[in-house]
Write a protein that binds this ligand. Structure first.
Ligand code: TXA
Ligand code: MG
Length: 357
């Protein structure tokens, strides 16, 4: 498998690696490429066999549809029908960017992209490499995140390499992804419009166009395996590290006391915390993902922090997680799913543990 460095964004149009990657995609191969959110694993969206290869390489359940990546709104018009005016306004405001729109499919892409649904998810990414690749191959690119199904999405080329080496044709290495969490998925077929997955574009931003937009109920709470979900991806324990994860709700000192008392019983634990909390965890395997209220930094670092924590193969990861804040909705959603909604509310516990913090 080839890894091509394309971190110099100045002359991408003429870049031979972009040209080669486009050639691979046109001839049915798989190329991982950076977007502003996470790395995507691309295939020609018009080619059933190529799209099938994505599912195989990732070990992705066949009923979980993919996002088609397009250059601009003309791509949306090609792939969708019955496009409401709100979709155009959203594209004007937030495209290219971390917003995926689910609309009725025009049936132009391979049916595997939509996994048999009559809708299709479309987005125009905001990254020079992704954009150069899309225009070089001049076809919509079907691309899920470029990780093994169930592991944290890749935000660096080395994460893609760790998961998919030998299973795909090439990786375009464009450095770290700025947003760090996957795009917001907005279902515009449902009434009212629903956020199926929170991401870089917030509910508040969407409400500027669709004032009645809501979060789908599966975004922050558990759905039972038998429930009909609107986004098939919601059923699966996504974004999950290898270890079990438990979210600790409460203040920093209580969390540290609780974790230290647990570490006394089982030293093989790890902590995902805020930068300010690191001094509380001296001597433990603690990784910070950023300052407590800097949600853009927390988003950017979350997945690489989860991968780093997993390297020590802890039995449990205790995680600190922002809750109830629109700007942190994507972080809250990913951590709740990574923990399979396992939350300990420290205010419910009378004796948190005596150890010094
Ligand atoms: O930021 C992103 O969106 C990244 C980059 C590579 O663009 N892509 C990504 O793709 O996260 P993936 O496949 O990992 O997640 C796509 C999500 C899944 O939860 C899937 O169920 C949902 O979008 N989805 C795709 N098509 C859908 C549809 N027609 N209806 C409802 N949900 C859909
Ligand atoms: Mg994914």
């Amino acid at each position: 498998m080839e890894i091509w460095d394309v971190k110099d964004f100045s002359k991408l149009k003429a870049n031979k690696h972009i040209q080669k990657a486009a050639e691979i995609l046109r001839s049915g191969g798989l190329v991982a490429f950076p977007t502003e959110t996470v790395y995507g694993l691309g295939a020609n969206a018009m080619d059933s066999a190529a799209v099938h290869r994505i599912f195989k390489a990732k070990g992705r359940p066949q009923d979980n549809p993919l996002i088609a990546h397009v250059a601009d709104v003309s791509g949306l018009e090609l792939l969708c029908r019955d496009i409401p005016p709100a979709a155009y306004t959203l594209c004007e405001l937030y495209w290219p960017g971390p917003l995926t729109l689910v609309l009725r499919s025009s049936g132009k892409v391979a049916p595997e992209v939509s996994a048999g649904l009559d809708t299709i998810a479309v987005r125009s990414p905001n990254h020079p490499v992704a954009n150069a690749l899309i225009s070089a191959c001049d076809i919509p690119i079907a691309a899920p995140s470029a990780n093994i199904s169930g592991s944290p999405s890749p935000t660096e080329a080395r994460h893609v390499h760790a998961d998919l080496d030998g299973k795909i044709d090439a990786i375009l290495d464009g450095g770290s992804c700025k947003v760090g969490l996957e795009s917001t998925v907005l279902d515009l077929v449902s009434d009212p419009p629903r956020i199926l997955r929170p991401g870089g574009i917030t509910l508040e931003q969407i409400k500027k166009v669709c004032s009645d937009a809501v979060y789908d109920e599966a975004v922050f709470s558990e759905v039972s395996p038998n429930t009909m979900v609107r986004s098939p991806g919601m059923k699966y324990r996504h974004y999950a590290p290898q270890a079990d994860m438990i979210i600790l709700r409460g203040n920093s000192d209580d969390a540290a006391r609780f974790i230290r008392s647990r570490a006394a019983l089982n030293p093989n634990i790890a902590v995902l915390c805020y930068q300010e909390e690191l001094p509380l965890y001296k001597g433990l395997n603690a990784v910070s993902y950023g300052p407590e209220v800097q949600y853009d930094i927390l988003s950017q670092n979350l997945y690489s922090a989860l991968r780093a924590l997993d390297e020590a193969e802890p039995d449990i990861i205790f995680a600190r997680c922002p809750e109830g804040n629109d700007a942190a909705a994507a972080i809250e959603n990913r951590l709740k799913r990574a923990s399979a909604h396992h939350i300990i509310d420290l205010s419910d516990i009378s004796d948190i543990g005596g150890g010094n913090t």
